[in-house]
Every structure is written in C-alpha cells, then in structure tokens.
Design a protein around this ligand. Structure first.
Ligand code: COA
Length: 336
C-alpha cells in the first residue's frame, strides 16, 4: 500500500545538521574469502561492495547512534539538553525493550527528549524523518534528532555466503528544525509498505513467534534470511516509483535533482533506478563500496558524507530514496 503523497502545507521543516559514525574495524572481501566460499571478484561484480565496518565487541547500536548524533547536534548547534525528540530507526536494537532511543537519550544526556524507535528496516531513516517532520509541523516541537543505526554483524549468519557479504555496521543522524525563512525545507515525502512480502527478507527467530530455545539454538534463526533475486526486483520497481512520487509531488522533474542519495544495498540496483529515472550517474551519491548495506543507517550516513564533502549546496534539490524488509519503501525530495 502506498501512502497518499504528502507535500506539506504546514510549518516547513529543514535539516539543520548531519552526522555519521562508522566503527573502526574493516572487513574486506578478501577477509570474507577466508570465511565462506566466495571471492572479491564475485562480491564486487554482483554488488559493488569492497569492504564493510564491524562494531567492536561491547559496542552496541546505541553507541554507534550516539556518536553519529553528537556530530549532527554539533553541526546544528543544538545542545543535547535542548533536544525535544529522538527517533532511532533500527532493526538491530540494543534490547527488544526498552527502545534503543532510550539508551541514546541517556548517553547523550538529552533528558528532555521524548525517545522511541521505528522499525522499517532499510527505509527506517526516512520513516523517522516523516514522523519527525510531522511532529514539528503539527506538534509544536522545535527540533528533532533522527538516527539510523545498525549493528547488523550481530544478526548475520557468518556461514551463509548469500547474505554475510552484503551487510555492515554504522550510524547516521540528522537534526530537523522548523524552516523559518522559506529557504531550505523538505518539499515532499512518500512512504509505502507491502506486508504480503514479509518472507522475502526477515530475521525469523528471536521474536514472539519463534523464540530462541535450547532446541533450536543451533539453527541460526536470529539471523538475516533473504531471497536475493526477488528482493532485487522489488527494490528496483519500488524505489523507481517512490522517487517519481516524491519528485512529482514536489513539482519538480528528474532534471531538477542535483543529487540522488539512494539506499546503499547494491550498485546494480542503484544503476537500474537512475537509468530508468534518466538521472546522470554523476548526480548520484554512492559509498556502498566502503560500508556495504547498513540498512536504516545507509541513507543517513550517505547524506552526512555528501553534506560534509560539499556535494550539497544551499538551494540544491536532493532526492533520498530507500527500500527494505517489510517490504517497505520511502522517498523524500528536499531543497537544501
Ligand atoms: N559468493 C559467490 N557466489 C555466491 C555468493 C557469494 N557471496 N552468494 C551467492 N552466490 C551464488 C549463488 O549460490 C548462485 O549460485 P547457483 O547459480 O549455483 O545457484 C549464484 O551465485 C547466483 O546467485 P544469484 O542469487 O542469482 O545472484 P544475483 O546476481 O542475484 O546476486 C545478490 C545476489 C544477493 C547480490 C542480489 O540478488 C541482490 O543484491 N539482491 C538484493 C539484496 C538486497 O539489496 N537486500 C537488501 C535490500 S534492502
């Protein structure tokens, strides 16, 4: 189901700061050759990924999230104690409850903030953006910290070559505030979900329908399972449609987009989408060769890197687009 397109006529909202954090440890394709029957050539040609980051033992999703959040708050010039809302998008929470956002609130010292998680897999950061935007536009809040953070290495089956080569750990964050002068703002957004396809990509065990027990502990049920080819097809179609919706609702054309920041899962998926949208490859931001697929963190990390590398200038039109388990998809057109 697609949500009705949404070009807000309410209080406009802009991004005032971004941040990201990647753990130090690098796991290369050559390292993976020692773990499973694979090769750097296969991984690079099928996905574009060369290496990914792996969180340290004892480094949790909320640690990654907090590090990214500090940088975003610093850039936005907002003190932790003034943060009003924290939304963490993750499928790899520190604990099933409480929410990872609660740990982040404590680690930041942002004790005035309402804090909760959203679970929308790789689309999660854009779901969080839509929620935060709405709560600023209608709820009287004057800022929101949104974070995509994942420690996927804790939920990967390291003996399954179909999945273990794809994923990595990391976090990205953004601070949203009201746009006072009619300048930069989120122009449009679009969310969608198809719950008929839950089997294509999931973590089957560890939840209430399949708790991990002594009997099933050796079956790796609390790890990512995926039907890669099917996911690939859905990803291309859904991200193309979501991109078109966000562009049209913002009254733009593909030619107006200065930079596309897509979900970083697979270079072939990104190429297929931008070819269909007829957007030049130079106008697409890609960093998946360094980090692999970091799920909810991917768009957020890419947004921060594009911002800090000077790839986004005041007045530019950027398109964010994502796709993930659920199935879920999401997009946003932004004037910077
Ligand atoms: N190394 C070497 N061979 C591998 C491998 C690996 N890491 N993983 C799979 N293979 C093999 C398969 O076993 C298969 O062998 P077979 O033909 O003998 O059965 C062969 O490579 C081709 O598999 P296939 O699934 O057709 O490859 P593909 O071109 O579709 O690429 C993915 C596989 C996973 C890279 C691709 O389907 C993909 O990116 N899907 C979307 C994944 C995604 O984005 N997920 C997250 C969404 S948010």
């Amino acid at each position: 189901m697609d949500q009705a397109d949404h070009a807000s006529t309410l209080q406009p909202v802009r991004i005032a700061g971004t941040g990201s954090y990647l753990p130090e440890k690098i796991l290369t394709n050559h390292d993976l050759e020692k773990l499973v029957e694979t090769s750097d050539e296969w991984i690079t040609s099928r996905t574009g990924i060369k290496e990914r980051r792996i969180a340290a033992d004892g480094e949790s999703t909320s640690d990654l999230a907090t590090n990214a959040a500090r940088k975003a708050l610093e850039q936005a010039d907002i003190a932790p104690e003034d943060v009003q809302l924290i939304i963490v998008a993750t499928i790899t929470p520190d604990t099933l409850t409480p929410a990872t956002a609660c740990y982040v609130q404590e680690k930041l010292g942002a004790h005035g903030a309402v804090a909760f998680d959203v679970s929308a897999a790789c689309s999660g950061f854009l779901y969080a953006m839509e929620l935060a935007k709405s709560l600023i536009a209608t709820g009287g809040r004057t800022n929101a910290l949104i974070i995509g953070a994942e420690k996927l290495s804790a939920f990967v089956n390291w003996s399954d070559r179909n999945t273990c080569v794809l994923f990595g750990d990391g976090a990205g964050a953004a601070v949203l505030v009201p746009s006072e002068n009619g300048g930069g703002r989120i122009l449009s957004s679009h969310l969608g979900t198809d719950g008929r396809q839950t089997e294509l990509l999931n973590i089957p065990g560890g939840g209430s329908c399949c708790p991990i027990t002594i009997e099933n502990a050796d079956q790796q049920l609390a790890t990512l399972a995926m039907q890669g080819r099917e996911v690939f097809k859905h990803a291309v179609n859904a991200m193309k449609r979501a991109s078109e919706h966000a562009i049209e609702t913002a009254h733009l054309t593909a030619g107006d987009i200065d930079l596309v920041i897509p979900h970083q899962a697979n270079l072939r998926i990104i190429d297929a989408i931008v070819d269909r949208l007829e957007i030049p490859k130079d106008n697409v931001f890609i960093n998946l060769e360094k980090y692999g697929n970091t799920s909810a963190a991917a768009v957020a990390i890419a947004l921060d890197e594009a911002n800090r590398q000077g790839r986004i200038k005041s007045g530019d039109h950027i398109l964010l687009v994502a796709f993930g388990a659920g199935l879920t998809w999401a997009s946003a057109a932004i004037k910077w």
